[in-house]
Design a protein around this ligand. Structure first.
Ligand code: GLA
Length: 391
């Protein structure tokens, strides 16, 4: 497969690629909308990845080709800025800009980008793109950065060039993911631990149900949730909480009269979800997937009712899961407002579950979903190539 892209690169740029970098998308087992609230998350990298081939140019121009869109674009490193309309080149410009803001001198670049992380599916295609670009560009210009910093720069590009004030979860797992392991991350301290996901031994799979609904509203609603959660935290701080991690439901109840109904609900989700992440980790340690599944269902209910980021299409997966004996748990993943849901089901029941889900979507006249069997894969990597573009 790489061979074919080397040829495309040579055909486009009349030079050979000097580095190959790639980075994965993710699923999140549990801990949704907790990252930017200084809480806990439990994501896992998936086998779907974004790839970048890159080579230096002797000028100040970046020439980039996105194979998946069949589009090429060029810009000067001297005039970086987000486009008025959201466009894939914003990410490329954003990565160059954040590196330059750190004081690194970049030269011109030829870039070929491709991959199989579906866009807008809640599987974090933007982080996969940011991190693969960061690994390619830093590798090419001998810029040595700690992995946490790579994740932070990806997040900064997302804030400044994509306009989404995201947390750090997606970029962090894209950098640090490990095969068959979930990563338990404290988003305040960035302390983290890996926990094996012994799904196969338990005869289980995680099925991704991509609703095919892509919501353009997601960025503004996401940023709004962030503000609402922040407003509730300000009140909780007056009650003695240092942050969400130290806030309790009791504190929230005693502060209830001092906050509006909406921030109250947002805070209730965050406090409970943080607790669920810890409970899920405890259950995973014992391979107790029945309990893991129960927390997934509870997480969805809270995201639907308190954080209000679900959608009818995502709720369908939860409802189905509740009625399907071989489904241990199901919930929406990522920011919400469309995208994907995951279902933890017995491997032997995969076909039956898919059939039921397809039928239910048809009856409700929802878009026909796409199912993805997800394997938990490795984090980002980069390899310098020889003069012929070989590994
Ligand atoms: C998006 C963001 C993450 C996180 C999730 C919700 O994926 O990029 O930082 O906030 O939504 O948990």
């Amino acid at each position: 497969m790489l061979e074919q892209h080397i040829q495309s690169f040579q055909g486009l740029f009349h030079s050979t690629p000097q580095i190959h970098a790639s980075a994965p998308g993710r699923i999140n087992i549990i801990g949704e909308h907790t990252d930017y609230n200084g809480g806990y998350v439990l994501p896992a990298a998936i086998h779907l990845r974004t790839h970048v081939f890159a080579a230096r140019r002797p000028d100040d121009f970046v020439h980039a080709r996105a194979e998946n869109f069949g589009e090429s674009a060029s810009f000067s490193l001297k005039s970086l800025g987000p486009s008025p309309k959201h466009h894939w080149t914003d990410y490329v410009q954003g990565i160059c800009a954040v590196l330059r803001e750190e004081g690194f001198r970049l030269g011109g670049l030829n870039l070929l980008i491709w991959g199989d992380v579906p866009l807008g599916a809640g599987l974090s295609s933007s982080a996969a793109l940011e991190i693969s670009l960061l690994r390619a560009v830093t590798g090419l210009f001998d810029i040595c950065l700690p992995p946490e910093k790579i994740a932070r720069l990806g997040q900064k590009a997302e804030h400044e060039f994509a306009g989404v004030k995201c947390g750090l979860m997606d970029q962090f797992i894209s950098v640090f993911g490990r095969k068959n392991q979930a990563l338990f991350l404290d988003c305040e301290t960035l302390a983290f631990e890996y926990y094996p996901l012994n799904l196969e031994k338990a005869g289980l799979i995680i099925l991704v149900y991509d609703t095919q609904v892509r919501r353009t509203l997601a960025a503004s609603e996401y940023n709004k949730r962030r503000r609402e959660a922040g407003a509730a935290l300000d009140v909780l701080k007056a009650e003695g909480a240092a942050g969400y991690k130290t806030a309790t439901l009791e504190m929230l109840e005693s502060a209830r009269g001092k906050m509006e109904a909406v921030p109250y609900k947002r805070a209730r989700h965050i406090i409970r979800e943080d607790e669920r992440v810890k409970q899920t980790v405890a259950a995973l340690k014992k391979d107790d997937f029945l309990s893991v599944g129960r927390y997934l269902f509870q997480s969805h209910e809270s995201l639907r009712d308190d954080y209000e980021v679900s959608s009818a299409e995502l709720d369908l997966v939860y409802d189905l899961g509740r009625d399907f004996p071989d489904c241990y748990g199901a919930r929406m993943v990522g920011a919400g407002f469309g995208g994907s849901a995951i279902a933890l089901i017995k491997a032997s029941a995969e076909d039956a579950f898919k059939e039921k889900a397809l039928e239910a979507a048809r009856q409700k006249r929802f878009p026909q979903p796409v199912f993805r069997d997800i394997f938990v894969g490795e984090g980002a990597s980069a390899v310098l190539l020889d003069q012929k573009g070989r590994l």
